[in-house]
Design a protein around this ligand. Sequence first.
Ligand code: SF4
Length: 92
Amino acid sequence: VKVEDKLFQNRYKVDEGNPHVCIAPHTVPSEVLKTLVKVCPAGCYQMSEDGKVEVMPDGCMECGTCRVLTAESGELDWNYPRGGYGIQFKFG
Ligand code: SF4
């Protein structure tokens, strides 16, 4: 079984209007923020048309990569989802 097939088994319960990851307001994204677009395994980060980095944390696997990378810069407000929300792993 391929990794992608296993990941497809995961389910995600969205906490509407209460995202667990938020990016600090910016006009020009830092190198760290631009890196998140490439490294998030769930593809939660993307460049917007106006050149900012935005996050759509639906599907976040809570791997912590973005949290670690922005620990020094403080560009993210990162919290675990409320109980009952977020990723529900089928494997592991
Ligand atoms: Fe992506 Fe991991 Fe950050 Fe979630 S915790 S947004 S999966 S890098």
